[in-house]
Structures are given as structure tokens and as C-alpha cells.
Design a protein around this ligand. Structure first.
Ligand code: AMP
Length: 477
């Protein structure tokens, strides 16, 4: 199948061709004809599957005819984060170059005045995060009664971020006669409920992560002591063929500290997390895209769904609390057929998290060979090279050499931040995450059978999505 078979206009086909795409991805092949036929659609698809173009392309053709009216957007796309909203806007620019469509981006951190001006002129496509949209709506700057096409993107992420009440509220402001498209990587019960309430006879489209992407990601667990994580990270960054990497941590504090420590060690690193304002995040992302920053320390909320191509490595500096975050995180590498490597650091406290991840992806993740020994060696290598040495990261020394005396190594300069400080500064986490955190706490107590049953049922509650999609994930290319 190629794009010409999907019923898109000549202008659009030209723009797609110029963007370098010949064949639609599975979600595009299934969703585009349905959207063009004005059906409601539920797309169960991850980022990385080409899902953005699966709604952007048909929307451009649907909106090609019709008149703009001041303050009355003709379509609305809801995104959970500013970065995702900006990415969708980029897609409209790329594919809509032969169409005369006006677009406005309503996101926090950008001047409201400009956004209001754009709305006054009339827009065909409004891309917004729920908070900013509600702000402007309540001030009377927007009327949603002319909005006949609604896209709710990354619905499960919206749920994680507590946006569902806002979305419900927004849905009631739109005309009942409209087309609604909902995309979500998973379909937990609250998202199913949302879909039942606001979509009409939707066509359900479920796609697996493209096999080429998944099979191209080599995944490893790196057993490591908590106080050796940074040293091990630096060693892996130097040792492996790391061109570009994203390093995920569970807390904002860790992200910031990591970036500082990597910079001190001479890496071209940057950071992206929820405490940064919009312009800072976009500027950092831009540096990463340009290659001026090659290692990006990131939190889940800030990085989810970001389209950063050609990342050679993903490091889970902290094993994620949520198994589906693991899938999202490692999806940053191995995109569009390129190969990638994902390392997940595991401390003794992460055993349960890792079990949940393995359950979700339906496979065991390979532990680094001779993990304990290798880690000890990696860490001792790193300890001895970790003295904020100049700008040029060195290659790791050859393995098998005499180990450094841990007593003499200077690990103090780079101790992990105190757990207490971390606790004061968590990345805002979904309700389910706090539930999990609470459960993890209890888990350090002797495990009773009743407790295991609770953990089991919690895991089921957390995951209600298309597990089979990930059963394809295999090690090695
Ligand atoms: P998304 O899932 O929308 O985040 O897209 C993931 C990546 O796939 C982006 O870099 C897109 O530019 C790219 N992409 C979108 N459509 C296609 C296609 N038909 N063929 C190859 N890559 C695509």
C-alpha cells in the first residue's frame, strides 16, 4: 500500500513525498481512510508509530474547504504537554505547505497576547494543552461552538497528568455533531469511559509498535548499587558507541544533578524537566536536535512523546515506576528502523519494578554478562576517572586491568543526592504512580501472601492496554 491509495489530495501527497515518506505506517493506513470518511476513531498506538500524521494528514484535507471565523476555531487538538503540541504544529507546517490553513498554538509559557491575536484572525486548527485552553475559554477569548473536529491525543498521558476533568469539560463546550478522534497508547478504564461518553460508534484501530523499531532495540539491565549509578553511567557513556543519549530519571532533582555532574565530567549534556518553562525546554531540545548537546537528562513528563530522531542510546538511570514508561522511554531509540540500545540501571529496590516491566513486554531483559563483577569493574573504572576531567570524555580503560582500591577512589565528589532532598522535589506523578510508590514502600517489608495478591491486582489495574503489541519485542537486531 502507498499513500496514493488512502484517498488524500494531490497537494497532500506532494507534501508527504517531500517529507520523505513513501509508505504509510500501519496506523496511517488504517486511520486515514476512516478519518476521511468522517468516522470517530480510537487509535491505540504508541508514539513512534506515525500516529501524528494519521490524524494531521486527513485533517488537512477535511479542513481544506470552509471558512475561518474570528475566535471560532474549526478544529481542536488537545495535547498533554507543550512539546507535543509544538510537535503537532510542526507536522501541520510540514504537511500543510500546499494548503491555506491557519493554525494557532495555545500552550503555557508563551505570550497570551499573541495567541489571542491569532484567535481573533480566525484559525482552522487550534492545538492546545487543556490548561491554557480553559484559561482562554474562561476569559471569553474562544468560542468552541464552531469546532466540528476534536482530537484527544495521548489520552492515557492526559489521565496520568490529571487532565481528564478538563477534557470532559471541554468536550461539553463543543457541538454534539462533530468528529472525535482519540489516541492513546493504552486503554485503561477511565479512558474507555471517556471514549464511551464522547465518541460515537468509533472505529477501533490498534497497532503494534513497528517490528523494525522494537527488534532494533537492544535492551540490557545493569545491576548497580545506588551510590555507583553515576560512575557506571559515565563509564557506559564512554565505553559504548554513544552518539546521542537520553537519560531518564524519576525525579526532577536527579535530572538536574545528573546534568551538572555530566557537565563537570566533560560531556555535552543538557536537561529537560517539568520545572523549566516552555522556552527553556524548547531551547534545550533545539540544542539537542542540532547536536550541540548530545546527552539529554530527562524526566518522563517532559520527554514523553518527543520526536527526537537518531538517539543511539537510552539510559534508565532510575528504573521507571510505571512499566509503560519503560516502553515510552526506550521508544526514544531505535526509531524509524535505526538500531538503538537501552540500558536500565537496577538496584536491589527495583526488583519488583523490573518484574512488572518484563511482565508487560512479555520477555526477560538481558542482564549484563557477569553483572556483579562487570558493574564493580565498571564502577571502579569510573571512580578512578571521575575527577571532572576536561572537556573530552575519555574512552574507558581496557577491562581486566587491576581494580582500583575503592577506599582510595574519589567517589565522594559525586555522591547521589540525599534521598530526603529527592523526596521534596518529585516530578509531578500520576495518581497511579503514587499508589505504586506507596506500594513499593510496603514491599520492603517481609512479603505476606495477602500483600502479593494486592501487588498482583494493582499491576492488573495499572495495565489494561494492548499487551500483545509488545510481545513482538525481541532482543538484538
Ligand atoms: P509519531 O508516532 O507521530 O511520533 O511519528 C514517529 C516518527 O515517524 C516521526 O519522526 C515521523 O516523522 C515518522 N513518520 C511518520 N510517518 C511516517 C511514514 N509513513 N514513514 C516513515 N516515517 C514516518
Amino acid at each position: 500500500m502507498n499513500f496514493a491509495d488512502l484517498g488524500l489530495s494531490e497537494e497532500l501527497l506532494r507534501a508527504v513525498h517531500e517529507a520523505g515518506y513513501d509508505q504509510p505506517t500501519p496506523i496511517q493506513a488504517s486511520a486515514i481512510p476512516s478519518v476521511l470518511m468522517m468516522n470517530d476513531v480510537i487509535g491505540v498506538a504508541q508514539t513512534g508509530t506515525g500516529k501524528t500524521a494519521s490524524f494531521v494528514l486527513p485533517m488537512i484535507d477535511i479542513l481544506a474547504h470552509g471558512r475561518r471565523r474570528a475566535r471560532m476555531p474549526r478544529s481542536l487538538i488537545l495535547e498533554p504537554t507543550r512539546e507535543l503540541a509544538a510537535q503537532v504544529a510542526e507536522n501541520f507546517e510540514k504537511y500543510g505547505r500546499y494548503h491555506n490553513l491557519e493554525m494557532a498554538l495555545l500552550i503555557g509559557g508563551v505570550s497570551m497576547g499573541d495567541q489571542i491575536k491569532a484567535l481573533e484572525k480566525g484559525v482552522d486548527v487550534l492545538i492546545a494543552t487543556p490548561g491554557r485552553l480553559m484559561d482562554l475559554f474562561e476569559r471569553g477569548n474562544i468560542l468552541l461552538t464552531g469546532c466540528s473536529l476534536l482530537v484527544i491525543d495521548e489520552a492515557d498521558r492526559m489521565l496520568d497528568m490529571g487532565f481528564i476533568p478538563d477534557i470532559e469539560n471541554i468536550c461539553t463546550k463543543l457541538p454534539k455533531q462533530r468528529q472525535t478522534l482519540l489516541f492513546s497508547a493504552t486503554m485503561p478504564p477511565p479512558i474507555k469511559k471517556l471514549a464511551d461518553k464522547f465518541l460515537t460508534q468509533p472505529k477501533m484501530i490498534e497497532v503494534a509498535r513497528p517490528a523494525t523499531t522494537a527488534t532494533n532495540i537492544k535492551q540490557y539491565l545493569v545491576p548497580v548499587r545506588a551510590d555507583k549509578k553515576r560512575a557506571t553511567l559515565r563509564t557506559l557513556l564512554r565505553q559504548d558507541d554513544v552518539r546521542t543519549a537520553i537519560i531518564f530519571a524519576n525525579r526532577k532533582t536527579t535530572v538536574r544533578e545528573l546534568n551538572k555532574s555530566l557537565r563537570r565530567s566533560g560531556f555535552k549534556s543538557g536537561e529537560i524537566h517539568g520545572d523549566m518553562d516552555q522556552s527553556q525546554r524548547l531551547a534545550e531540545l533545539d540544542l539537542f536536535k542540532k547536536g550541540e548537546v548530545t546527552i539529554l537528562a530527562a524526566s518522563d513528563v517532559a520527554a514523553r512523546g518527543l520526536d527526537i530522531k537518531g538517539v543511539s542510546h537510552v539510559f534508565n538511570f532510575d528504573a521507571p515506576w510505571h512499566p509503560d514508561d519503560y516502553v515510552h522511554r526506550i521508544g526514544r531509540t531505535g526509531r524509524a528502523g535505526a538500531s538503538g540500545v537501552a540500558y536500565t540501571f537496577v538496584t536491589k529496590d527495583d526488583i519488583e519494578n523490573v518484574e512488572n516491566i518484563e511482565k508487560l513486554i512479555g520477555q526477560k531483559i538481558e542482564r549484563l554478562a557477569d553483572a556483579d563483577e562487570a558493574t564493580a569493574e565498571l564502577a571502579s573504572d569510573a571512580d578512578t576517572t571521575d575527577r571532572d576531567e576536561g572537556a573530552k570524555p575519555k574512552k574507558a580503560r581496557s577491562r581486566g586491568r587491576k581494580k582500583a582500591d575503592p577506599a582510595k577512589s574519589d567517589a565522594r565528589a559525586d555522591k547521589e543526592p540525599a534521598a530526603e532532598a529527592e523526596k521534596r522535589d518529585p516530578e509531578p506523578k500520576p495518581r497511579a504512580a503514587s499508589k505504586r510508590k506507596a506500594a513499593t514502600k510496603t514491599r520492603s517489608e517481609p512479603a505476606a501472601p495477602a500483600f502479593l495478591a494486592e501487588a498482583e491486582s494493582e499491576a492488573k489495574d495499572d495495565w489494561n492496554g494492548p499487551v500483545p503489541a509488545f510481545l513482538d519485542v525481541k532482543l538484538g537486531a
